[in-house]
Design a protein around this ligand. Structure first.
Ligand code: SAH
Length: 346
């Protein structure tokens, strides 16, 4: 149902305090409501039992609490869970719970669809419908935390912004969500357990460094050869590699935080010596490690996982240069929950 009432969780604590004062009430009411909304996760104003009925009705008259709804949950046989998450306006995004022996990671979305046009990614075909609000991002994390406790008997340990969308094209909302996730008034998670992945929006990488963020940065590089990168990720024509390099150097100078490069090796695209040499060279600019991600086919003839020998050649070259490289096997492939497969198919 469409409503013109404002989502109360777009208000900061200060906004809420001011709102109560404007209603002739005490500002500390704002703190109480804030606590209900975030740390206590209230879904209805009537849950806020330390407020009078009158106050609850007043809130109801002004605001709504938009909560996401997990429409469907798919379980992979490797323990991965994919949530199809319904937003208040009916749109759907996906988030994924990825369990390993020692951790549970939530992979969350930042946009409905995606602003970018990576040719190898299923999400890119959806086009961007809109940015997610901070509470919509936060709620995805809460839902996965609950599932982690229920199915794996432990709380969520890590978060990666590697679901649908480009987090740095929804910068403000992603930062607000991370503030709540890391705040003691929210989930109290350490920012060191959060990774934001970008396909390389240089300007915003610099902004993050200026904002002195404490989470980790991953960059979807996929090629350190300009023409190849432009071909597989057409938008990168606006974000050339020298600019990306400069932004990453800036990031490291300011944050002293190592960068992770995500890299898929495709047959006939970047499985040659020139590509390997270019990556090794690029990796020397800033302290980093490389995750070689397995390709998840998205019914497209153009892209194919490279032969194992090509991956070995990458590993060898990187290790010889003293760079840590790991091969990341896909998780949740059977339910289309792996990297690049999130496309609201269900
Ligand atoms: N837009 C951000 C966040 C998405 S992260 C970014 O690009 O970093 C999703 C990761 O999966 C990115 O590294 C992306 O390049 C990678 N990916 C996309 N499609 C893929 C596919 N079909 N197989 C494997 N990885 C893919």
């Amino acid at each position: 149902m469409q409503t013109t009432k404002k989502d109360i969780r777009t208000l900061s604590k200060e906004d809420l305090r001011n709102f109560f004062v404007s209603q002739g009430d005490k500002s500390f009411r704002g703190n109480q409501v804030y606590e209900w909304l975030w740390s206590k996760g209230a879904h209805h104003f009537d849950d806020m039992t330390n407020l009078s009925k009158e106050t609850r009705n007043m809130l109801e008259a002004h605001f709504v609490i938009n909560h996401i709804k997990v429409d469907t949950m798919q379980h992979s046989n490797d323990g991965t869970i994919k949530n199809a998450v319904r937003l208040h306006d009916g749109l759907v995004v996906e988030s994924v719970l990825i369990p390993t022996e020692t951790r549970t990671t939530a992979c969350v979305s930042s946009q409905v669809g995606c602003s970018l046009d990576c040719n190898f990614c299923a999400t890119a075909r959806l086009k961007r419908m809109r940015n997610l609000a901070p509470d919509e991002i936060y709620d995805q994390v809460v839902a996965i935390d609950q599932e982690s406790r229920l199915y794996h008997n432990r709380p969520l340990s890590n978060i990666v912004f590697m679901g649908m969308g480009e987090p740095l094209m929804n910068y403000n909302n992603v930062m607000k969500a991370i503030d709540m996730i890391t705040s003691d008034e929210g989930l109290g998670m350490s920012p060191k357990r959060i990774t934001v992945s970008t396909s390389g929006v240089s300007k915003m990488i610099k902004k993050m460094a200026d904002d002195e963020v404490k989470f980790k940065l991953a960059v979807s590089l996929h090629s350190a050869v300009e023409e190849i990168r432009n071909h597989i990720m057409p938008f990168t024509k606006n974000f050339p590699l020298p600019e990306l390099r400069e932004a990453l150097e800036y990031w490291y100078r300011k944050t002293k935080s190592k960068i992770t490069y995500e890299y898929v090796v495709w047959g006939g695209i970047n499985d040659d010596k020139k590509s390997i040499d270019a990556l090794v060279k690029f990796c020397k600019y800033v302290p980093c490690k490389v995750n070689l991600i397995e390709y998840n086919p998205i019914d497209d003839g153009e892209f194919q996982q490279a032969a194992p020998e090509a991956i070995d050649a990458y590993i060898k070259a990187l290790e010889n240069a003293g760079i840590v490289a790991k091969v990341r096997r896909s998780r949740g492939k059977d339910i289309d929950a792996a990297c690049g497969q999130l496309a609201n198919k269900s």
